[in-house]
Design a protein around this ligand. Structure first.
Ligand SMILES: CC(C)(COP(=O)(O)OP(=O)(O)OC[C@H]1O[C@@H](n2cnc3c(N)ncnc32)[C@H](O)[C@@H]1OP(=O)(O)O)[C@@H](O)C(=O)NCCC(=O)NCCS
Length: 299
């Protein structure tokens, strides 16, 4: 992962390490002013600090992206959600053809929030941290998850080696499947047995992302979908799904670029407030508890 803020033309990959962010009162209240009121309200309702921080980081990543890459002033656009939850730029409607061709998506899990955006392609991103299952053994956890993967995918997962390696293979597949359903925007309504991933022989690393994994949909290989995989650190798998061209004339895909890790100052740098300061928002945040030790959000 790079530490600078340089992006490849037409491609954005940003990460923020929300797990190690301990917001000060000033940071939290300012961040809350810089997102839409309904999102502030939603984030305020999380029980755990961990979830509130990652959702806040996600909203800031989205606004930073629209502001910096689509050229709209931070406080002068509205993000909406599709009926199934996928974020999009709702207003203003864009006349500039360059801004029409950006597609973007967000994921937050484990210690990071990540944003991927691409010009001219449908984009879905998913990050998964490899964690031991909270309340069951690995075989029992896999049994509960049977329907999420095809027999071929299970054969690959279960022959990956140690239990930790099997879990890493499991989460790698999970991130790939989620990246696809997030690119097409269907969310929970998609039968995951319809897609089957054939992994690249080389596992992803923290160096440059790889694009050798392929996807079969209803048993047919989908040559127009590209899956970019990398590790943010040894436990966090990221998959970016890049779909069919969203433009009449195809745009060549930029070569893969690693995720840029943003600091909080970089994340909030271009921000300007949308609402007034609300001191009770900090009081409510500071009484929340952090997440339980074990990952709760897999099931
Ligand atoms: C919401 C869903 C799209 C992803 O949820 P998730 O993996 O728990 O969460 P992630 O952190 O990766 O992504 C959440 C972000 O995706 C975005 N998102 C929400 N719905 C979306 C959709 N339908 N399509 C694309 N992106 C969506 C949002 O920005 C959301 O963050 P926000 O609410 O803070 O703005 C949904 O697909 C889901 O719950 N899937 C789980 C289904 C499953 O069983 N998967 C097994 C895979 S093997």
């Amino acid at each position: 992962m790079r530490g600078d803020s340089e992006d490849q033309m037409g491609s954005v990959r940003w990460a923020f390490r929300c797990g190690s962010w301990t917001p000060t009162r000033c940071e939290w209240l300012f961040a809350a002013r810089c997102i839409q009121p309904e999102e502030k309200e939603r984030i305020g309702q999380f029980v755990f600090t961990k979830d509130a921080k990652s959702a806040m980081a996600g909203r800031l990543l989205l606004r930073r992206f629209v502001c910096e890459k689509m050229g709209l002033p931070w406080s002068q656009f509205t993000l909406g959600r599709s009926p199934r939850g996928k974020p999009y730029l709702a207003a203003p409607l864009q006349d500039d053809p360059a801004s029409l061709i950006w597609s973007f998506n967000l994921s937050h899990q484990g210690d990071y929030a990540v944003l991927a955006a691409e010009q001219g392609k449908q984009v879905g991103v998913d990050i998964m941290k490899t964690v031991m299952p909270g309340s069951s053994s690995v075989p029992e956890f896999f049994r509960i998850m049977t329907r999420q993967f095809t027999p071929y995918e299970w054969s690959v997962i279960q022959s990956a080696g140690s239990e930790h390696q099997q879990l890493a293979a499991f989460y790698r597949h999970w991130a790939l499947k989620e990246s696809f359903i997030k690119a097409i925007g269907t969310g929970l309504g998609f039968n995951l047995q319809r897609v089957e991933f054939h992994l690249s022989p080389e596992p992803p690393t923290q160096a440059l992302p790889v694009r050798l994994t392929t996807m079969h949909l209803d048993e047919e290989e989908q040559g127009d979908w590209v899956f970019e995989e990398c590790l943010l650190d040894e436990d966090h798998h990221v998959a970016v799904a890049l779909g069919a061209d969203s433009l009449p004339s195809p745009v060549p895909l930029a070569s893969p670029c690693p995720f840029t890790l943003l600091s909080f100052s970089e994340l909030i740098g271009p921000a300007s407030p949308l609402t007034e300061e609300d001191p009770t928002y900090w009081e409510s945040f500071s009484t929340k508890v952090d997440a339980p030790q074990r990952q709760r959000d897999v099931l």
